[in-house]
Write a protein that binds this ligand. Sequence first.
Ligand code: DAH
Length: 355
Amino acid sequence: MTDDLLALKTETDAALAAAGDLRAWDAIRVAVLGRNGTLTGLLRDLGKTPPDQRRERGAALNQLKDALNAAIEARKTALESAALDARLAGERIDISLPPRPRPAGLIHPIARTMEEIVAIFGAMGCTVSDGPDVESDWYNFGALNIPAHHPARADHDTFYLPAQGNKPPPVLRTHTSPVQIRTMLTQPPPIRTIVIGRTYRADHDATHSPMFHQCEGLIIDRDLTLGHLKGVLTDFLRTFFDIGNLPVRFRSSYFPFTEPSMEVDIGWNRRTGELGKGGDWLEILGSGMVHPRVLANCGIDPREWQGFAWGMGVERVTMLKHGMADLRPFYESDLRWLRHYGFNPLSPTMLHEGV
Ligand code: DAH
């Protein structure tokens, strides 16, 4: 290659190396290979070369052209990949940041117990039913076979609301049992459902609050027996308290809406409060076979369908499970108590590993 051609190559290489972006690169490409580019000019002038030198000059120009093309393309590729690297670096997100050391909020123990109850009975095929806190006298008492002047009404310390017309006054529901009635009136059997919600009684001390929570269950099917009731409740209690051999005792009792009725006790140590051992018994829930009159009140033929039901206090089972002595802090919003007893929202209830 002659000196002028070598000089062009060296010059172009230097300019390409100095080009910091694709814009500068393109200006060089046009200056060399464009219509008025240096190389284009040299090729055009080939005709003016004396014929005896033309062949050699032509070969040198072609060689230079190939070399320049290659250098220009190589620089383009390098600039493009540098631009991509810069863009990727700019858009990078650091997903290795650790979670905040402490969750900002905690799950209240009552909410946690409700989740656990729903998980356990949900796995047995129960839906969750709901009803209003303000109930009619009929749903809260009458339809459940508790007529006016029945002594069972006296147990309930009911909050009454102002009466409308001649009707008996509405009440703040004293238990979740009226939702059994609402469910049977709106849903044909078979039924498998639980009810969890607020209930009210005029009572206030270390283990009673005027507003508290109950969980109720109702199973209606053909050919149900006390054996089914005992199996369902034993399974529930052993799963909920996470004690596989928790002693469970069924003791005959009385509720107006079940016949026969049973109180359910679990084994514990009265002195230490430890559950599962100790030889003492602690009453934990009420249950029974749904009274035929209650079924009939809801338009369900008791000769064709049987059912069983149960009810329990959500605060009570929560206090027992976690060894809490006093129920009042549940509603006092004391952050020190909540931080101590609250549950991490990042470890939700998982039935497959117990609750
Ligand atoms: N409703 C009852 C109460 O508040 C609890 C109860 C007992 C509910 C037996 C039931 C049941 O469904 O079968 O004391």
